[in-house]
Write a protein that binds this ligand. Structure first.
Ligand SMILES: NC(=O)c1ccc[n+]([C@@H]2O[C@H](COP(=O)([O-])OP(=O)(O)OC[C@H]3O[C@@H](n4cnc5c(N)ncnc54)[C@H](O)[C@@H]3O)[C@@H](O)[C@H]2O)c1
Length: 327
């Protein structure tokens, strides 16, 4: 093995696995040494496209390899736990897709296991490395909106699953739905910028097919100081996909629209698009490699994944639309 180069194995070669595969290809500090997918067709396709000969259909065979330092786990959520635990047992650093798991119990077992190791554990929460979210946070911290009054998250989808992510599990109630797939990014962003979410009450609606995920959510959450966070989610509707994340304050509003567009207004004025500055320039893969090499790095670890999972599960599993207090 070449020193200073991280050798990584990818488990799960679907939409996001392939996206990160493309990102790994552009770098010199990380090499994809092996790949795994239960789908032989997918394995064959990626193996040929990227010229990778170490291919496996069983993740255990990949994690056992001595020539791998780290694994990237990009399978659907209910398979994260088993693979992550196997990787920890084999002493591999881990980059795991969000959400951390498919339940609080799974997430806590993963956190317990990794906390007993010296391994690097990182979540793929890409918003954290996005200049527009960093600028949103900076504007808030610089007092642009004054005192925070409310946070609103709107998730409207003309199609769910979206046309580029037509996997059965994404459409399914067991481990899919947009509260899980999209909502968890924003839960983690709220926790990062505004602190703990202490209470949740949630109302979901579902189609008549019991295997299909929610088509509506109306939820309210509270920050530690009692500030409300409203969630309005609706799918399979007329109109275009709309994603809005807004913080309203005593002196103004800041909003991220459709993930990257940053808008702002002082009280009484119309929202206008703000120029996105360069941000801190950090990149998940660079940070992951730095951490493995023992340097300080900006990573969002399994503890952050766990904190987001606790809120996510309260949203996904309402108790009679009553307030649920979170630890
Ligand atoms: N961070 C992000 O922005 C982002 C975006 C999309 C998806 N995701 C997350 O990434 C993960 C994968 O999502 P996706 O959209 O790529 O799903 P996908 O269905 O497109 O791909 C998943 C792949 O995993 C394979 N797989 C399933 N079980 C396996 C197992 N036990 N061992 C090996 N391979 C297995 C499947 O055959 C498939 O090829 C999910 O956790 C999802 O929430 C994250």
């Amino acid at each position: 093995m070449q020193t200073n180069v991280v050798h990584i194995g990818i488990i799960g070669l679907g939409a996001i696995g392939e996206r990160l595969m493309n990102m790994f290809q552009t770098r010199e500090d990380i090499v994809v040494s092996a790949i795994c997918d239960t789908s032989e067709t997918r394995l064959e396709k990626i193996s040929q496209a990227f010229n990778i000969s170490n291919t496996f259909t069983n993740y255990q065979d990949l994690v056992n390899r001595g020539d791998i330092d780290a694994v990237y786990v990009a399978v659907p959520p209910k398979y994260h736990e088993a693979i992550v635990l196997a990787a920890i047992n084999a002493g591999k650093h881990i980059l795991c897709e969000k959400p951390l798991a498919n339940s609080i119990e799974e997430a806590s077992r993963m956190v317990a296991a990794v906390s007993k190791s010296n391994l690097v554990h990182a979540m793929h929460f890409p918003l954290n490395y996005q200049a527009s979210l960093q600028q949103f946070e900076q504007l808030f911290k610089d007092g642009y909106i004054g005192e925070l009054r409310r946070i609103n998250l709107k998730m409207h989808f003309s199609h769910w699953p979206r046309l580029w992510q037509q996997s059965d599990w994404v459409a399914g109630r067991e481990q899919g739905g947009y509260v899980l797939e999209v909502g968890v990014h924003w839960i983690q962003a709220i926790q990062r910028i505004f602190g703990k979410i202490t209470e949740v009450r949630s109302q979901l609606q579902f189609p008549s097919d019991p295997t299909l995920c929610e088509n509506s959510i109306i939820a309210e959450m509270k920050l530690e100081d009692g500030t409300s966070i409203l969630i309005d989610g609706l799918s399979n509707i007329g109109g275009e996909e709309q994603l809005e994340f807004a913080a309203y304050g005593t002196e103004g509003t800041i909003m991220l629209k459709n993930w990257r567009q940053l808008l702002g207004a002082k009280s009484g004025n119309a929202l206008e698009e703000l120029e996105i500055l360069t941000g801190n320039g950090h990149n998940l893969i660079t940070e992951f490699v730095k951490a493995i090499q023992g340097e300080n790095a900006e990573l969002y670890d399994f503890y952050k994944g766990y904190d987001a999972q606790v809120v996510l599960e309260a949203l996904r599993h309402p108790i009679n639309s009553e307030w649920q207090k979170l630890n």
